[in-house]
Every structure is written in structure tokens, then in C-alpha cells.
Write a protein that binds this ligand. Structure first.
Ligand SMILES: [Zn+2]
Ligand SMILES: [Zn+2]
Length: 213
């Protein structure tokens, strides 16, 4: 069974759709890494992190996501020159997808970007299959989020390889096929800007209070 899900930024200006939404066509994990936390703080959207700084992300094939409205309000940020491309809206700072280059085809979508949020993601994709990088969590690391989860890694690699082999890279929602270049404006944080976000993020237990004010 698969469904179509709508993407909707907080203000409604940017909209998109995810086709073929089903548990077997996605990989849903909660990521506690400090980069994901830093990105939300950079956006001013720490409200989207869970109590331990986690981001609930659904990874899908690039070709399954397309934007239908508000494309002029999409931009990207990289925390470092080689970091993930973290796409967001400029109207209301909603994260709408994390990617690498099209050579590694996936888009990681924070569940709040779905119209209907986490409950809608639950219905379409099922609950998260695990949590990763808990060593960066704010406060105590959630159970099962630390250490190397080989099952999760194998699953994620398998999905990406499958999408690549089955031609699900293109059309890519964030890159142009002809040149491989990003479609949307991109900002790369300076070292200074990146470092300024660190005190807000785990693994420092004190970040818990700061992040929610
Ligand atoms: Zn918006
Ligand atoms: Zn992360």
C-alpha cells in the first residue's frame, strides 16, 4: 500500500508532494547528531527538536518528492563547505529536506514538514525504525541511540543503492539534471557561524534549557 503525502511549510507558502509513501519506500530514523541540531538552531526552529535534540527524519527517494508551490521561497544551507545540503523555506524557516549531492540519492525530510506532521508520517511510513548518534543527544541519550547500529546502516545503504539503481534520483527536487548544480540559492556557514551554534547543541546537558526558550 502506498499513499501520496503533502508537504506544507508552516505558513503554507511552500507546498510539495511525496508519492509512493510506504514503509518499504522510506527509512525513518531519529537523528541526534549535533549538525541536525545546529541546523534547527540556525533556522530558529529548535521547536522542531525533541526533548533530547533529536530530529525525526523520513528518508525517501529524490524523485518521489516534488514541489508544486512557492519554489521562490526555497534555499539551502551547508554547515561546512562539504556538509549536507539542508534545504529550508525562507518564508517561515521550515526544513524541507536534507540531501547529499545527487550521486547519493536520498532526501531526508523532517516529519513536521508533512501536512499533518508526525501522525501523518506514522500512518504512511510507520514509526521510526531506530535512532542514531545519541552520543550528541541533549541530556541522557535515548535508549538504543548510541553505538553502531549495523542493521540501521545496512537498511539505509540498501535504500540509497536501490534508489540509485532503479533510477529514482531524477527528477531531483533540489538539483538540476543537466549540470548537477543546486536549483536554489545556497549559503555555506563560516567556521565562526558554525562554532557559534555549538553551545546550543548537545551533548552538553545544559543545552536542554537553552534550546527551548
Ligand atoms: Zn512558509
Ligand atoms: Zn543528524
Amino acid at each position: 500500500m502506498s499513499a501520496q503525502l503533502e508537504l506544507r511549510c508552516r505558513c503554507g507558502a511552500v507546498r510539495g508532494t511525496v508519492s509512493n509513501a510506504a514503509p518499504q519506500s522510506a527509512n525513518r530514523v531519529v537523528c541526534y547528531c549535533d549538525d541536525c541540531q545546529a541546523f534547527m538552531h540556525q533556522l530558529g526552529r529548535a521547536d522542531l527538536l525533541d526533548a533530547h535534540g533529536g530530529t525525526d527524519i523520513v528518508q525517501v527517494a529524490p524523485s518521489s518528492l516534488s514541489f508544486v508551490q512557492g519554489q521562490d521561497k526555497i534555499a539551502g544551507v551547508r554547515l561546512t563547505p562539504k556538509g549536507l545540503f539542508r534545504w529550508h523555506t525562507t518564508c517561515c524557516n521550515t526544513p524541507i529536506g536534507n540531501t547529499l549531492t545527487p550521486q547519493v540519492p536520498f532526501v531526508g525530510i523532517a516529519v513536521q514538514a508533512f501536512d499533518g506532521g508526525a501522525p501523518r508520517a506514522d500512518a504512511a511510513f510507520g514509526k521510526p525504525v531506530g535512532a542514531i548518534l545519541g552520543k550528541y543527544a541533549v541530556g541522557e541519550a535515548p535508549k538504543g541511540s548510541t553505538g553502531l547500529n549495523l542493521g540501521l546502516i545496512a537498511r539505509a545503504v540498501g535504500k540509497v543503492l536501490g534508489w540509485r539503481l532503479r533510477g529514482k534520483t531524477w527528477p531531483h527536487p533540489f538539483f538540476t539534471r543537466e549540470t548537477g548544480e543546486p536549483i536554489y540559492p545556497l549559503t555555506v556557514l563560516s567556521q565562526q557561524q558554525r562554532d557559534a551554534l555549538r553551545p546550543l547543541c548537545g551533548p552538553h546537558p545544559a543545552a536542554s534549557a537553552a534550546g527551548r526558550t
